[in-house]
Ligand binder design. Structure first.
Ligand SMILES: [Fe+2]
Length: 237
């Protein structure tokens, strides 16, 4: 299984604080059946330039790589970003460096309110430039939108949707998550792991819930789709 959203690089954002924590998370992921993980550290254009972000990200990758020393029971690591939406993101220079390396996919953290026309226009602009926005944990902002209209517009534009494992594991949201899977609303699943405490990987539990409600085929569909999306992606670790 591919984990499309994680904060496993050490010391770069509010995720893993150090190499030990990164390794603990990666080992836990592997034991849950995750064979590929995309590291998506937060990128906030209001705080840093794309160049600064890439520099910090490369440093974190190197630090993690150096500490591995023959460790084999961890997933393959890919790298991208979780880019916070901002007005003007559609024209972002260097956007290709924020994409999952080797692909045109960019994970975008959206505004936590009703998305205006300007927001959709920015997403559209990203598309026009040949990149594909992937909405990070859509479940966090869908209640601010008119659900049907929102899905319609995203589908029209070819924007992809990622949801977190906790969307499935939390009792409060499970029903909706299952409904979205049935309606093929979700393209990618991510653990959004930050640590081994309150925000640890929960892929195994999420997949069990999907299998129980929709059968193993639904899990396989997700797996196949995410594998094919990463076909051209670069393995960094
Ligand atoms: Fe995240």
């Amino acid at each position: 299984m591919v984990d499309f959203h994680s904060h496993i690089l050490p010391g770069i954002d509010d995720g893993s604080k150090n190499v030990k924590e990164s390794l603990d998370i990666l080992k836990e992921m592997y034991s849950q059946g995750i064979t590929k993980v995309v590291a998506t550290p937060h990128f906030l254009a209001r705080h840093q330039s794309v160049e600064e972000f890439v520099f910090e990200r490369n440093k974190a990758i190197e630090t993690l790589k150096e500490s591995l020393n023959g460790v084999s029971d961890i997933p393959q690591v890919y790298v991208g970003s979780e880019t916070e939406y901002y007005d003007g993101i559609g024209e972002c220079e260097g956007i290709e460096k924020l994409c999952i390396m080797g692909t045109r996919l960019i994970l975008v953290e959206m505004p936590f309110n009703l998305w205006t026309e300007a927001v959709y226009r920015n997403l559209m602009r990203i598309q026009e430039r040949g990149f594909v926005p992937v909405i990070a944990h859509l479940e966090r902002y869908i209640s601010y939108q008119n659900e049907e209209k929102c899905f319609e517009r995203l589908e029209e534009m070819g924007v992809q949707v990622q949801c977190n494992c906790t969307f499935f594991t939390r009792r409060m949201t499970r029903k909706k998550a299952i409904r979205y899977i049935g309606g093929r609303r979700i393209n990618f699943i991510g653990t959004d792991s930050h640590d081994m405490k309150s925000r640890k990987p929960q892929m195994d539990k999420a997949l069990k819930i999907i299998e129980k409600k929709h059968g193993y085929e639904a899990v396989e569909d997700l797996l196949d789709y995410s594998e094919s999306a990463l076909r051209s992606a670069t393995v960094v670790i």
